[in-house]
Structures are given as structure tokens and as C-alpha cells.
Design a protein. Structure first.
Length: 86
């Protein structure tokens, strides 16, 4: 009986270290995955050098909508969509 207890006692610390190591690795991996998640979709907003012209185009769409000028709004909106798709 004592041989079985000693054998089990020796495996438990090794298993707890493996479990601790696995927990740390999984936690770090999960953190890194959440940090880089959807980075390819954010790049168009974060890496664009000068957004003043796009902002002016968005404001033009907004102003045309307020004024009720639907033709100008439609043209500006589709120009904005062409820019985003390219």
C-alpha cells in the first residue's frame, strides 16, 4: 500500500506543474489571439494616411441628404463605395 501511495505522491506534483504550464500557455495564446482578432478588417481604418477627403465625401453625403438633394447624395454615396471597394 505504501508503494502505491508513494507512486501517486510523485505523479501529483509533476501533473500539477504540467497543468500550470498548460494553463499559462493557453492563457497567453488566448490573449494573443484576442489581440490580433479581426486585425485585417481594422487595417483600412487604422493604416489610412490621410482621411480628410473621405471625411469631406461623407459630410457631402450627409449635407445632400439634409437638403433633400437625392441625386447628389446618390452620386456621392456611390463614389464613396467605389473608393472603399478599391
Amino acid at each position: 500500500v505504501s508503494a502505491v501511495d508513494e507512486d501517486t505522491g510523485e505523479d501529483t506534483p509533476g501533473m500539477s506543474m504540467k497543468s500550470l504550464y498548460l494553463g499559462v500557455v493557453l492563457t497567453v495564446g488566448s490573449f494573443l489571439r484576442s489581440f490580433f482578432k479581426l486585425s485585417s478588417q481594422r487595417v483600412i481604418y487604422e493604416e489610412m494616411p490621410n482621411t480628410d477627403l473621405l471625411l469631406d465625401l461623407c459630410n457631402g453625403v450627409y449635407i445632400a441628404r439634409i437638403q433633400g438633394n437625392l441625386e447628389v447624395e446618390w452620386k456621392l454615396y456611390h463614389e464613396l463605395i467605389k473608393i472603399y471597394r478599391s
